[in-house]
Design a protein around this ligand. Sequence first.
Ligand code: SF4
Length: 123
Amino acid sequence: MQMKMTKLEERAIKLLLKYEDKGILQSELWHKLGVTSREGSRIAIKLEKKGIVKRVKEFANDRWTRRLVPLIRQLSIEPIKGAPCPSCPHENTCGLDKMVTPCTCVQLEEWIMGQYTNTFGQV
Ligand code: SF4
């Protein structure tokens, strides 16, 4: 599902993804974004409603604040690099309920076995 984002929300998400593991204090994020705490809080609430961050209450720098913990992760195409499907002539017609199916595809099976062997050694 495509979500509508403002430029500021997109910038906030890009910054948040750099702190995937433990999140970032909201005041630090506002500082990096160059916005006021009021604007920042509005962004954080919107991102929380969209399920992108979790706002966790935390005592830091002598006061209660919120830590913004991303609930999303950056994806890497590394694991599927070299897969046969993107360059396959059947790519648009292949599917689980179609005549051409990944369930019986030799090319896909060979690629998966090659990936397995590269990772875990010979079967
Ligand atoms: S599963 Fe096989 S047939 Fe289907 S798109 Fe991938 S390579 Fe092509």
